[in-house]
Design a protein around this ligand. Structure first.
Ligand SMILES: O=c1ccn([C@H]2C[C@H](O)[C@@H](COP(=O)(O)O)O2)c(=O)[nH]1
Length: 165
């Protein structure tokens, strides 16, 4: 996965949003952490993986992908807040044989987001990211799909800003 390209795209989008909303130079860490947790909840809701009381199926792949890459946006954005994109990006082994259920992996990712929030350390940052990619793997989402869906949503985010979102 070409993270350098995604970090660059995220940096441009974030700058655009911050300028537009007069937030340049402001500490947005806490708000971005909460935004990420909310996106995780939205994604979980679309998968319906925890809804043992319901027989309705998960949403379609496009919807799941869009929610998934909303989370990628905020993860990249948090990395930029902490300047971790300039460090050497660890090799993220895309979990080809991810074990566990989506439900248990969602819980692990929530935990890792909060661990990163508490420490703000680079190791915790990449652990969180790797856990999220493992979740993708469990859900049958490929690297290629993540890249494509990220680029598509990144464009939509610009359009929304132009339309006064
Ligand atoms: O500083 C920001 C703020 C928002 N977003 C993007 C990430 C998600 O793709 C989308 C979330 O918007 P909602 O649909 O949740 O409002 O906005 C960013 O990339 N950077």
């Amino acid at each position: 996965m070409n993270f350098n390209k995604l970090f660059l795209m995220q940096e441009e989008l974030d700058s655009h949003i911050e300028e537009k909303h007069g937030l340049a130079g402001e500490d947005l860490f806490g708000r971005k952490v909460l935004a990420l947790l909310v996106e995780l909840g939205e994604l979980a809701n679309e998968t319906r993986c925890f809804k043992f009381w319901s027989v309705k199926p998960a949403s379609g792949k496009d919807i799941i992908l869009e929610e998934f890459v909303d989370g990628i946006h905020f993860m990249l954005s948090l990395g930029l807040e902490c300047s971790y994109e300039k460090g050497s990006v660890p090799q993220l082994a895309f979990a080809a044989e991810a074990e566990g259920t989506a439900n248990s992996q969602f819980l692990k990712v929530y935990e890792s987001v909060l661990a990163f929030q508490a420490s703000r350390e680079e190791k915790e940052y990449w652990d969180m990211f790797a856990g999220y990619l493992t979740l993708a793997s469990i859900m049958g989402i490929s690297e290629e799909e993540i890249q494509q869906a990220y680029c598509r949503k990144n464009e939509i985010n610009y359009e929304r800003q132009q339309k006064g979102y």
